[in-house]
Design a protein around this ligand. Structure first.
Ligand SMILES: [Zn+2]
Ligand SMILES: [Zn+2]
Length: 269
């Protein structure tokens, strides 16, 4: 763990001032890096609740393709779930991910730990509209894979006709139209009280969904997702410095991971 002591200290120091921190590392380093930071964050106990909470809800994204790794993948990588253990409802590929330490979609060996401390003032009414749109789209996708023409509302047990309602939150609760409007009426309050109320990544997923609808370029969507204000702290795990300095591409943008970063975060060359 001592190998990542500096990284952990820098990360903690950044947490004091930055709302968004992105940490690039090799996937195989993740358990140790995460552990080194978590150990120190746990010591805060009742202090710095917002920071602690944001760290525990940080997401891990593939540095190659931008895919957010499912929690089950990370649990396997951390050795919290042994090989050969079946996880009900988990996204397939977790065992392979833990074994190869590579993204199962693009084979990248690097990932980004994305920490985002959302405060009440970061939540707007527009976020509520975006969430509703996202949850309704989730419902339509869910209906599309279903043969029956009705389903039961997970909240009030009434019948929901095909293509109606929304699939709400990380718990994926099917809401009928009337439950949906109640959910949306209280959403702004809930989110201002607790930005992670609907699940650790629900809001960022919904924001990314909206960006993808409005921007045809996927990389643009990513930059909207992780912020374009240039205020993101970028921490780099020791030993990755060489891969950060690839040759420049034809368009003047550095190739490889640095170029990707600049696009992700809107940083100038
Ligand atoms: Zn990938
Ligand atoms: Zn209902």
């Amino acid at each position: 763990m001592s190998e990542y002591r500096t990284t952990a200290r820098e990360f903690l120091a950044a947490m004091a001032t930055e709302k968004r921190i992105t940490l690039l590392m090799e996937i195989r380093a993740y358990p140790e890096v995460w552990g080194a930071i978590a150990m120190r964050v746990m010591r805060w106990r009742f202090r710095r609740r917002a920071q602690r909470r944001a760290f525990m809800n940080a997401t891990v994204v593939c540095a190659g393709c931008g895919w957010t790794f499912p929690p089950s993948y990370l649990h396997r990588l951390m050795g919290m779930v042994g090989p050969g253990t079946m996880l009900i409802g988990a996204v397939p590929g977790g065992e392979e991910f833990a074994r190869t330490k590579r993204c199962t979609r693009c084979e990248s060996e690097q990932c980004l730990l994305v920490y985002e401390r959302l405060g009440p003032r970061d939540i707007t009414e527009q976020d509520v509209d975006i969430l509703e749109e996202f949850w309704r789209a989730e419902a339509r996708a869910w209906w599309a894979g279903r043969e029956k023409d009705t389903a039961i509302c997970d909240v009030c047990n009434v019948r929901v006709p095909r293509d109606e309602g929304g699939v709400v939150g990380a718990g994926r609760m099917l809401n009928c139209e009337s439950c949906m409007s109640r959910t949306m009426d209280e959403a702004l309050y809930r989110l201002r009280e607790d930005p992670y109320y609907y699940g650790p990544t629900e809001l960022s997923k919904a924001r990314a969904f909206k960006e993808t609808l409005t921007e045809s370029d996927a990389s643009e969507a990513m930059s909207g997702r992780f912020g374009d204000s240039g205020e993101d702290a970028l921490l780099i795990v020791d030993g990755l410095a060489d891969t950060m300095n690839g040759p420049s591409g034809e368009d003047g943008e550095p190739a490889g991971i640095v170029g990707r970063f600049r696009r992700l975060f809107g940083r100038g060359a």
